[in-house]
Design a protein around this ligand. Structure first.
Ligand code: GDP
Ligand code: IMO
Ligand code: MG
Length: 421
């Protein structure tokens, strides 16, 4: 069974935890898009790990691949490797393979990211400032550098010089410091050299694994509504975060995929700017006061709100979700009643799917159904049938509204706090 795991909301759905849970049975874990804008939390045997670029499968000692669709910050990746190694995780070149087709995030990408945000003023995206957008833009503009370009330092330097001409013009326009080629190269040289043994042509590795009937997991980053095509554009990231991105970002053919697990919180969160129809300050206060819902990458408090099944219904279609993983059900344990958004009223019309027109997002009136809460602690529950009846009713209603079956339920952050149905 080859499985894509992807987020159905605005990221941070608990993908890391679900990937980690499924990795025990896997042979290969692959990341196909995004970069170190991602922050995937895994809590195993009392120890907390936050992964940014490295697939969560590394914690099980499984072989992991960073695919061509990822934009890779070499310095960030080296720091991540060091931090994991200091926690006792082994990361040999055999265990972590990096596609030599992956594009490189360079120091000027981060500056260009910050400059763009600054110039957008109150319309800023609220990016993670990791240089993700400018790196993907360079890729699309065909002026990016790939890891393979660093085989020959002279060639890499020539490409950086060419790119800097334009990057520096933009930075100077924003009255920001410009870059010298040698400084850029020096800043990343040691990291590139450190990572060199990991560079590989990963296509045959993925293909052979598939042909041997091994189990491959594709770890999505971000979520459906941060997807550059299907998300709340322009308040999105710069890659295809939906299931199709796993194939284009790794070189794995679509017919090798057997199932798609869509990860969805029992409520909704979002970090950064952009529309969020079911946002609710009382819920945000409820989670923040319990130390929950702070960003794993930037530490920013996440915006919070009720579950929005208009979004999930659409995400189920776009990703081809075969199984739902509903996470942080325990987050609602104390609630007396729970609201669930079942439709949007926009200018007097009812909509079952999210609109493309950005003006509509400002005038959405969410239609809610209210359901009784269970007011019982579910964190030690380990079987679906033992969940409180009101919780089972809530999950059944999610299935009805989204058209996908619930296969996994999260009742706590720990690896063990996962129910399989
Ligand atoms: P990801 O980016 O999708 O991997 O998600 P993050 O790691 O950024 O955010 C999810 C947060 O929820 C992390 O702090 C997880 O430890 C936590 N988490 C995941 N699943 C559960 C769950 O079922 N219950 C609780 N209480 N926390 C969870
Ligand atoms: P994981 O994988 C939540 C958001 C940023 C911003 C927008 C664009 O942990 O779910 P970018 O830096 O990508 O250009 O920012 O996307 N964003 C995320 N939000 N979880 C993530 O990743 C995110 N990655 C990017 O907050 O709104
Ligand atoms: Mg996250």
């Amino acid at each position: 069974m080859n499985t894509i795991i992807c987020g159905l909301q605005w990221g941070d759905e608990g993908k890391g935890k679900i990937v980690d849970f499924l990795t025990e049975e896997a042979d290969l874990v692959v990341r196909g898009q995004g970069g170190n804008n991602a922050g995937h939390t895994v809590i195993a045997k009392g120890q907390k790990y936050v992964l940014h670029l490295i697939p969560s499968g590394i914690l099980w000692g499984k072989q992991c691949v960073i695919g061509n669709g990822v934009v890779l910050d070499p310095v960030g990746l080296c720091q991540e490797i060091e931090s994991l190694e200091s926690e006792g995780v082994k990361i040999s070149p055999d265990q972590l393979l990096i596609s030599d087709r992956a594009h490189v995030v360079l120091p000027y990408h981060r500056e260009l990211d910050a400059a763009r945000e600054l110039s957008l003023g109150d319309k800023k995206i609220g990016t993670t400032k990791r240089g993700i957008g400018p790196s993907y833009a360079d890729k699309a503009n065909r002026i990016g550098l790939r890891l393979a370009d660093f085989r020959d330092p002279a060639k890499a330097k020539e490409l950086i010089s060419l790119r800097l001409e334009e990057a520096n013009r933009t930075l100077a326009y924003h009255e920001l410091p410009t870059f010298e080629m040698e400084t850029v190269y020096t800043e990343i040289e040691a990291a590139i050299d450190r990572l060199r043994p990991h560079f590989a042509n990963v296509i045959p590795i993925i293909h052979n694994s598939w042909k041997k009937n091994e189990v491959i997991l594709f770890e999505g980053a971000q979520g459906t509504f941060l997807d550059i095509d299907f998300g709340t554009y322009p308040y999105v990231t710069s890659s295809n975060t939906t299931s199709g991105g796993a194939c284009t970002g790794s070189g794995c053919p679509p017919h090798a995929i057997d199932r798609v697990v869509g990860v969805c919180k029992a409520y909704t969160t979002r970090v950064g700017s952009g529309p969020f129809p079911t946002q609710n300050d009382e819920i945000a206060e409820f989670f923040h006061s319990r130390g929950m819902e702070f960003g794993a990458t930037t530490g920013r408090p996440r915006r919070c709100g009720w579950l929005d099944t208009v979004l999930i219904r659409y995400a189920v279609m776009v990703n081809g979700v075969t199984d739902l993983a509903i996470t942080i059900l325990d987050g609602l344990d104390e609630r007396e009643t729970i609201k669930i958004c079942v439709g949007y009223e926009i200018n007097g019309e009812i909509h079952e799917f999210p609109p493309a027109d950005r003006d509509y997002w400002d005038v959405i009136n969410p239609i809610y159904q209210e359901m009784p809460g269970w007011q019982e602690n579910t964190t030690s529950c380990r079987s679906y049938d033992n969940l409180p009846q009101a919780a089972q009713n809530y999950l059944a209603r999610i299935e009805e509204l989204t058209g996908a079956p619930v296969k996994y339920v999260g009742v706590g952050p720990d690896r063990e706090q996962t129910i399989i149905r």
